[in-house]
Ligand binder design. Structure first.
Ligand SMILES: NC(=O)c1ccc[n+]([C@@H]2O[C@H](COP(=O)([O-])OP(=O)(O)OC[C@H]3O[C@@H](n4cnc5c(N)ncnc54)[C@H](OP(=O)(O)O)[C@@H]3O)[C@@H](O)[C@H]2O)c1
Length: 340
């Protein structure tokens, strides 16, 4: 396809703004509409002066947005709201990329259990393609409904899927200890996101298999090896704006060298995955404001766990960058367009 039109539902959130910036550098995609509930009728650049001359479009209300016709719609809405506003586009045969969790979980019972609400369109869950390009590229190319993975999940699945694919029986007691910047919680008002609460603080939350991203992490690791997998996941809020660093402990029979070799082999030709030399560990700063995922492996030996460190920018490889990567694959553009 030579060029496409796109729309963004929920354009005024953190992921929506990132998408607008990325799309403004895409030679083959034109932004046709942006929507907001709170700011409809205002120009995007009135709400975000940084976007003057980048996006001066008037924000549509959700009701007007769903009347639009484009080639591709991105939904940057909260879960539960997203499925309802994506459905009219799906019905019109428009390809949808949903950044929320609404189409990530295949089992409607699991969705209801983790997200505390019945899925409004359970029949669509099978149709949705899980948008992790490094593992589902050919399905993504054909997808009409794409479920973009979660941010924490991406930082955990990317290093672990190759290991579960090849050596699941040798992996035990896997623990993902993840730290996220505050933008991971979105732009809406929350006590824990206030400057005084988050700055100079560092706190664990939703530990003990309580965080919703476990639904998709367990699902995808189980697919990778063909048996039920449940890992331990401890999320933390770090006093930084953006970025995720996941430290993953593996108490198995694999050595650090074997893990590194498997991960390296899986991602040799991947443009956005950078695997470090033995013992060289990435930090958030290495990937912030990029679509890269950096992975380092250390530890192991003398019965000690192998330790993997994986970093991504939650708003890019963890959200809008990965969504654009998926759009590029779906519409036959070079996968790295507007991302490097
Ligand atoms: N932040 C991340 O790092 C990240 C990473 C991966 C995935 N995600 C997922 O991506 C989605 C967007 O995340 P975000 O961080 O960009 O969220 P956000 O900053 O809270 O923005 C949410 C957007 O949705 C709109 N919205 C909220 N409630 C609405 C409703 N009832 N009806 C219509 N529009 C509504 C908001 O519009 P107005 O405020 O203008 O009304 C805003 O544009 C979420 O599902 C999130 O879980 C986020």
């Amino acid at each position: 396809m030579s060029s496409i039109t796109v729309g963004i539902l929920g354009a005024t959130g953190y992921t929506g703004v990132e998408l607008i910036k990325l799309l403004s550098n895409h030679p083959s995609a034109t932004l046709s509409f942006v929507s907001s509930q709170t700011y409809s009728g205002k120009k995007m650049s009135e709400v975000f002066p940084e976007l003057k001359y980048v996006c001066d479009d008037v924000l549509l209300s959700p009701e007007d947005a769903i009347k639009q016709t484009v080639d591709c719609v991105f939904s940057c809405l909260p879960h539960a709201t997203s499925a309802g506003l994506c459905k009219p586009f799906i019905d019109k045969g428009i390809r949808v990329i949903d950044l929320s969790a609404d189409f990530r979980i295949k089992d409607p019972k699991a969705y209801a259990q983790w997200y505390k609400t019945e899925h409004p369109y359970p029949q669509l869950l099978e149709k949705a393609v899980f948008g992790l390009p490094e593992h589902y590229r050919s399905a993504i190319a054909q997808a009409s409904l794409l479920a973009n993975p979660g941010c924490y999940s991406s930082s955990i699945m990317l290093p672990l899927i190759p290991l579960y694919k090849e050596r699941a029986s040798q992996l035990t007691g896997v623990i993902a200890d993840s730290k996220s910047g505050v933008s991971g919680a979105g732009r809406s008002l929350k006590l824990s996101s206030l400057f005084v609460e988050a700055h100079e603080n560092f706190a664990a939350y939703s530990i003990g298999r309580a965080h919703r991203h476990l639904a998709e992490i367990d699902q995808e690791l189980s697919y990778a090896c063909g048996k039920k997998v449940e890992i331990t996941f401890s999320p933390h809020l770090a006093p930084i704006n953006r970025g995720i660093l996941s430290t993953i402990y593996i108490n198995g029979q694999l050595s650090a060298e074997e893990c590194l070799e498997i991960i390296n082999r899986a991602y040799t030709n991947e443009p956005f995955i950078r695997v470090r030399d033995p013992g060289d560990l990435p930090s958030v700063r290495d990937v912030a404001y990029t679509n890269f995922c950096d992975i380092g492996v250390a530890g192991g030996g003398s019965g000690q766990p192998v330790i993997i460190v994986c970093t991504i920018d939650n708003l890019l490889k963890g959200a809008s960058g990965q969504a654009l990567q998926n759009m590029n694959i779906m519409f036959g553009f070079k996968e790295t367009t507007a991302l490097q």
